[in-house]
Design a protein around this ligand. Sequence first.
Ligand SMILES: Cc1ncc(COP(=O)(O)O)c(C=O)c1O
Length: 198
Amino acid sequence: MWAGEEEYLMQNATQVPVVHSVSFGYKDVNQWQQVALGKQKGHIYSRNTNPTVEVFENKICQLENAQAATSASTGMGIISSTLFALLVPGQRVVSVKDTYGGTNKIFTEFLPRFKVEVTLCNTTDHEAIEAEIERGCNLLYLETPTNPTIKIIDLTRLAKVGKKNGAVVVVDNTFATPINQQPLALGADLDNALAKLK
Ligand SMILES: Cc1ncc(COP(=O)(O)O)c(C=O)c1O
């Protein structure tokens, strides 16, 4: 897809260059500060933002019709940082039994260590998932189709119940890809997630 990369294509190159630089320098400290404060476009340190990664994130925004995107070097990196950034002890996650193995491990082994309650429902039992959301749910986590069991969840139906009950709705869209399914259009939403989860 041709989107997000135009300003990075150099001398008629058709591919975005891979920028290896970790840090970015400026003429003087004032210019650096403008960039650091987000008042001027640019990059400071590649772990935060990097020109190549920015192109990827811009493309994801276009494909998913999102306001903003962030990324990590692996799927589990972004799933675990999403869950650990949003959840605090005492909160409750509702999800399904068929999530990807690494995600399931976070739900069954890691989040409980941080006193986050996780309830995993039978994946296609929408009534049971709705009932658990209504019992109290800070974050509803869905994956559809599931890997590797290829079970299908009605995102629109469950996201609606999640939102009605004040939950942040997170979706792993790996198998479908945005070509086939756009979770944001179906009700997934991280907008104001931190405010909602306070
Ligand atoms: C549905 C799903 N979610 C998450 C992941 C994890 O992605 P990664 O292997 O990049 O950490 C995978 C990997 O296959 C996956 O299929």
